[in-house]
Ligand binder design. Structure first.
Ligand code: ZN
Length: 350
């Protein structure tokens, strides 16, 4: 019985790591040892640690790091899993550190789903260690690297904000589905159907975004917000994106950089700038003061969801609602045409 459990876990881990469709492979590990050797190493590690439990088909215990990752996992796993989400609304994943309760939840989970690509920078070391004991799946790392944008400050690393482009997020959805099927094969039909539903919503959202964002005039296609979370959005929809802070929120915006942005706003008569729900708006305020000192005023075009969803249970508390809200807010603030209540009339009236 005990041995069977260990064997099942080892087999699962092997399949998770060796299957092409899955995104859980540690890049460092595969680079150093080769994919197969690394998988075998982990199998050996599993045999050595006797407190690893096998996945139970009845109800999986899962942990998701961010609310965005949690939305995908919950939507696809539905009632075949209980999902604990570590970071709630407004929490900044670049700075978040695990609590004692988080560590307990992750240690007891059948699998931990995270974004990866160095988004959860402070959790990375812990998750890399946890990977030796349980299933740890970085869903954003399922996006093929040719579609990733290089991190400007860290050579060899990528911008982690892939959920901003629905066509990229599709890969994360499929990776989540595939990981769940490996964890709970009896749920395959449910997971497949739920993933199809999720992707149908994604397709509808992508079509809506294409249509309404196309109504923003060429000279207004500039997105200025607190940090560089929107590079994938900008590439997908042809917007120039200027963040006050870098890709991570760890660095303080330099005064010189703010002065440069003031020049851009004044010279190009940018229609609006945006604040973000999970980042302090202090830097945006100092930008607006700089613009005011030049005798102009630029409005705050609204609040964008960058690295966290809105309140649980609300439409904005889903990934689709989050992107719908962003697309609608950006379009309207920069002079384009979009319904105030968004794609399907679900956005709360602002
Ligand atoms: Zn971010």
């Amino acid at each position: 019985m005990f041995e069977t459990g260990i064997f099942k876990t080892a087999a699962l881990k092997f399949r998770l790591l060796s299957g092409n469709r899955i995104a859980s492979v540690s890049k460092l590990g595969s680079a150093v040892f080769g994919r197969l050797a690394f998988a075998l190493l982990l199998v050996a590690a599993t045999f050595a640690s006797f407190n690893v439990t096998s996945a139970r088909a009845e109800s999986l215990k899962l942990v998701a790091t961010t609310s965005i990752v949690g939305d995908v996992v919950r939507s696809i796993a539905a009632d075949r899993a209980s999902v604990t989400i570590l970071m709630g609304p407004g929490v900044d994943p670049h700075l978040y550190r695990q609590t004692q309760a988080d560590i307990a939840a992750m240690a007891q989970a059948d699998a931990v789903f995270w974004n990866g690509l160095y988004l959860e920078a402070q959790l990375e070391e812990f998750l890399k260690r946890l990977e030796q004991r349980t299933n740890v799946i970085a869903i954003a790392e399922a996006v093929p690297s040719e579609f990733l944008i290089e991190h400007p400050d860290y050579p060899g690393r990528y911008d982690p904000h892939v959920w901003m482009d629905p066509q990229l997020w599709r890969h994360a959805v499929l990776a989540t589905r595939d990981a769940l099927i490996l964890l709970d094969p009896a749920g395959e039909e449910v997971f497949t159907a739920n993933a199809e539903l999720y992707l149908a919503g994604l397709d509808e959202l992508a079509a809506y975004a294409d249509t309404v964002l196309a109504s923003v005039a060429d000279e207004q296609r500039v997105l200025i917000s607190a940090h560089d979370a929107f590079s994938y959005f900008g590439r997908a929809y042809d917007f120039e994106v200027l963040g006050i802070q870098g890709i991570s929120t760890e660095s303080e915006a330099g005064l010189k950089h703010i002065a440069d942005l003031v020049d851009v706003i004044v010279e190009r008569r940018i229609g609006a700038v945006f604040v973000e729900t999970s980042v302090s708006d202090r830097s945006i305020r100092s930008l607006l003061e700089g613009v005011a000192a030049r005798g102009l005023s630029v409005p705050i075009g609204g609040e964008l969801y960058s690295d966290a969803l809105g309140a649980p249970g609300s439409y904005e508390g889903t990934w689709i609602g989050m992107i719908d809200s962003n697309v609608t807010t950006i379009t309207r603030a920069l002079g384009g045409t979009a319904p105030a209540s968004g794609m399907n009339g679900h956005l709360s009236a602002s």
